[in-house]
Ligand binder design. Structure first.
Ligand code: G3P
Length: 219
């Protein structure tokens, strides 16, 4: 799976996010692969109602219905049309007990979870909580030009091995600095089930071209 995180980039907000989601829809259909978008919660409804690609929230909080002003309620993102959420992104870290609780709540609601980890140790800890996916992303490579697969291939392989020992059903994504088809091919070669990418797609001059190249490598 390719997951595109739009972060808070101008190119990935509101109408721009819908435009990107339509490109993703075309590429997913052409290559018959899974491509999902992770957006700001305020964009979930618009994208989910105007396109057919799976929409993830960039975050949920470990809360249930009640008095939680300003927090992101898992039930609300589901009602808006999301199929799941990122958790513990390096840019929005969570306490381990909140990650555990958020995964539990998401499971009860039928929402998928992609929990991020900055190193192999944290990947192992998170795999014990049985999210659907763990995404290994070394923070120092996020948003940069050198991909995790070039700079730290061993971290991807070690994360895959560690997760499979703990729970074979947890899938592993890798991310940080992924820019082209070669990076994606390398991720697959290292054992990852997919990639989590942001700037390489969202800020690319020709987003469809890059996404086509990545989808081809994934296939
Ligand atoms: O969530 C994906 C992200 O943190 C990686 O960002 O810009 O390095 O692809 P980027």
């Amino acid at each position: 799976m390719i997951v595109v995180n739009t972060k808070a980039y101008k190119e990935g907000i509101g109408k721009n996010a819908v435009e990107l989601a339509r490109i993703m829809e075309r590429v997913a259909e052409n290559f018959k692969i899974d491509i999902a978008i992770a957006v700001q919660p305020s964009d979930i409804y618009m994208i989910a109602s105007q396109t057919s690609i799976p929409v993830f929230s960039q975050h949920i909080d470990a809360i249930n219905y009640g008095s939680h002003t300003g927090w992101i309620l898992p039930h609300a993102i589901r009602e808006a049309g999301a199929v799941g959420s990122l958790l513990n992104h390096s840019e929005h870290r969570m306490k381990i007990e909140d990650i555990a609780e958020a995964i539990k709540i998401a499971k009860n609601l039928g929402l998928k979870t992609i929990a991020c980890a900055s190193n192999v140790g944290i990947t192992e800890a998170i795999a014990c909580l049985s999210p659907d996916y763990v995404a290994i992303e070394p923070p120092e490579l996020i948003g940069g030009d050198i991909s995790v697969t070039k700079a730290k291939p061993s971290i991807v392989r070690d994360a895959v091995d560690a997760v499979k020992k703990i729970n074979e059903r947890v899938k592993v994504l890798c991310g940080a600095g992924i820019k082209d088809g070669n990076d994606v091919a390398k991720a697959v070669e290292l054992g990852a089930d997919g990639i989590l990418v942001a700037s390489g797609i969202v800020k690319a001059k020709d987003r469809e071209k890059v996404l086509n190249e990545m989808a081809e490598a994934m296939k």
